[in-house]
Design a protein around this ligand. Sequence first.
Ligand code: MG
Length: 458
Amino acid sequence: MGKLFGTNGVRGVFGELLQIDFIYNLTRAIGTYFNGKEILVGCDTRHTSELIKKIVFAGLSSTGVAFYDSGVAPTPAHQYAVKYYNLDGGIIVTASHNPPEYNGIKLLGKNGDEIPHSEEDKVEEIFFEQRYVKPEKLSKCKGIIDPIEPYINGIITHVDLEKIRKKGFKIVIDPACGTASLCAPKLAKILGVKAYLINSNPDGYFPSREPEPLRENLKEVSKFVAETGSDFGIAFDGDADRAIFIDNKGNIVWGDRSGAILSKHVLKKHGKGTLVVGVSASSLVEKVVKENGGDVIWTKVGSVIITEKINELLSKNIFAFGLEENGGFFYTPHQPTRDGCMSLALMLETLATENKTLHELDKELPNLFMFKTKIEAKNVNREKVIENIANKFNNYRHDRIDGIRVWLNEKEWFLIRPSGTEPIIRIFAESDSEEKAKKLLKFATDITQNEIYNLIHK
Ligand code: MG
């Protein structure tokens, strides 16, 4: 991975990393990369997004790349528009779930997928060598395109509309004042769903709750679901590619659990399939998918990597789909990317098909508990830390897909992996009781801290 692009594009605080010159030159590098092609430029609701988009326009103009403005919309809607309007790629100005002072640049390839890290490296090379193309004539914006209508029309072709409409569902939608505000209520209306909206005025300062759907940010929506007697609640992240569900009793159904419920439904719908999932998800995902006749491929954490693997399988005519524990679900008949509104439609179809509540479907899943933490690992070789820990667990079932994951038995495992974006090490532990999972997390944290200490002080 390069120096500018992280797990999901270039991210930073506006005015710090994201200086006007930096954005302009980065966009010149992107324009040089897309030389002679037609791309889309869209953004999220952040207060700095429209300004950054204008700088992006200026950078692209200087390289002669033709571009269209797809306005403010969810990330998956911009992605869908690249394919729908037959463009060669795109740039989205978004910092997803980060706090309001952040923003970022995300690159899309021909099908609207996030481009692989190997392609981002090419853009970085151009940027660091300042190898920008300089055409004789500046290009300009070729027009405004609407990404939202085709996107919603696309989603509804993949679910049984009549079946959903007949149920007369009632749900709570919480877009966090992000881009889901522009899409999820419209989709709910088409699906015949009565939707209570909270935090649904687009506002780039995210005044109501943080744009990351973490447990601590979902108290309001959980309460509201229970109070209104809704079938479920859905809380999006800032750019609406991820969504966390809340069951009819107001309990949060974390992303790997809702993902397992959706996976089961997808497998029933398609007969078979391969789920691609990042290693930080619960092992219950594998259990549920295998019980329902599917296969599982574990990958490194990160949506770009999951999309890349999914595309590899699809190119071999293997039906594949994907999930991330943080609420990302990749339903490939629509597009091979995370997509919050597609997840919403699929969840409605699941409940309509199973004739059960979300709480009941969640209770059918294995009862596993996962806890996670992170520790600072500045000025230490994090790969060496992981290597040393891995050596201690050679005799256990383990894998090195991303860091080190060690299985103590079928239900208990821990994962220690270096973060792709910050100088920290992330630690996960899962077990069949809350107490055992917490104990295991402490154990994994202690050995990591010891290893860091040993490396620094040897
Ligand atoms: Mg996001």
